[in-house]
Write a protein that binds this ligand. Structure first.
Ligand SMILES: *[C@@H]1O[C@H](CO)[C@@H](O)[C@H](O)[C@H]1NC(C)=O
Ligand SMILES: *[C@@H]1O[C@H](CO)[C@@H](O)[C@H](O)[C@H]1NC(C)=O
Length: 171
C-alpha cells in the first residue's frame, strides 16, 4: 500500500500506516504494553507502569497515570522493550482536566524521546515535542530515522512528568 517515487534510477517509498523500512516491508507494532518500566521519581502511588497498563483514561484523580514527584525538574520515564527494535514513533496520552476542573496539561513540554541499546546509554535522538500539551492530547512523536534500541526514554524539562499512557511503535 506504499507510494513509490522514481527519481532517476533511484526510488523512495512513502509507507502506508502500519508499515516501515526502505521497501515498506516491515510491519510496525506496539511494543511497550506491559513491559518493565522505570521513572526518575514517583508522585505518591503514580508508578511508572500506569503508562503501559492499557488504561487510557486521562482524569488524573480517577484513572491511573504515571507521574514523577514534586521537585524533580529533569524527570524521565523509560521502558525496556526486552529486545532490539527500530523505533518509528512514540505516542503519549496527556492528562486531561480532572473532576474538580483543574487543567495542568500544559506541564507537558520539552519532551525528548531517545533510544539506546543499554540502560545506561539511552541517548540516540528519536523525536521531540515542544509542547505545551493540551488536555487529553494524543501527542505523536515521530522518529524519522527509525533508530535502533532496546530502551526508550522520555525526558522532559518540567516538574511533574505525567503520562496517562505511552505507546511505542517499531519493528
Ligand atoms: C534500523 O536501525 C539501524 C541502526 O540504526 C539502521 O542501520 C537500519 O537502517 C534501520 N532499519 C531500517 C529498515 O530503517
Ligand atoms: C535529546 O537528547 C539527546 C541525548 O541526550 C540529545 O542528543 C538531543 O540533542 C536532545 N534533543 C533535543 C531537541 O533537545
Amino acid at each position: 500500500g506504499g507510494t513509490f517515487t522514481n527519481n532517476d534510477g533511484c526510488f523512495t517509498c512513502t509507507c502506508a500506516d502500519g508499515w516501515a523500512g526502505a521497501l515498506c516491508n516491515e510491519a510496525v507494532s506496539e511494543l511497550a504494553s506491559g513491559k518493565p518500566v522505570k521513572q526518575s521519581t514517583t508522585y505518591y502511588s503514580s508508578s511508572a507502569n500506569f503508562a503501559v497498563d492499557g488504561n487510557k483514561g486521562t482524569d488524573f484523580s480517577v484513572h491511573k497515570c504515571a507521574c514523577t514527584n514534586v521537585g524533580d525538574l529533569f524527570p524521565w520515564w523509560s521502558v525496556d522493550l526486552q529486545a532490539v527494535y527500530n523505533i518509528t514513533s512514540v505516542r503519549i496520552i496527556n492528562r486531561g482536566k480532572d473532576s474538580s476542573g483543574i487543567d495542568v496539561a500544559a506541564r507537558l513540554r520539552y519532551v525528548n524521546v531517545t533510544v539506546g541499546q543499554t540502560e545506561s546509554d539511552v541517548n540516540t535522538p528519536c523525536g521531540f515535542f515542544d509542547g505545551p500539551g493540551t488536555a487529553s492530547q494524543l501527542v505523536v512523536i515521530d522518529c524519522p530515522s527509525s533508530p535502533q534500541g532496546r530502551f526508550v526514554k522520555i525526558s522532559a524539562e518540567t516538574e511533574y512528568l505525567t503520562l496517562c499512557e505511552v505507546e511505542v511503535f517499531g519493528f
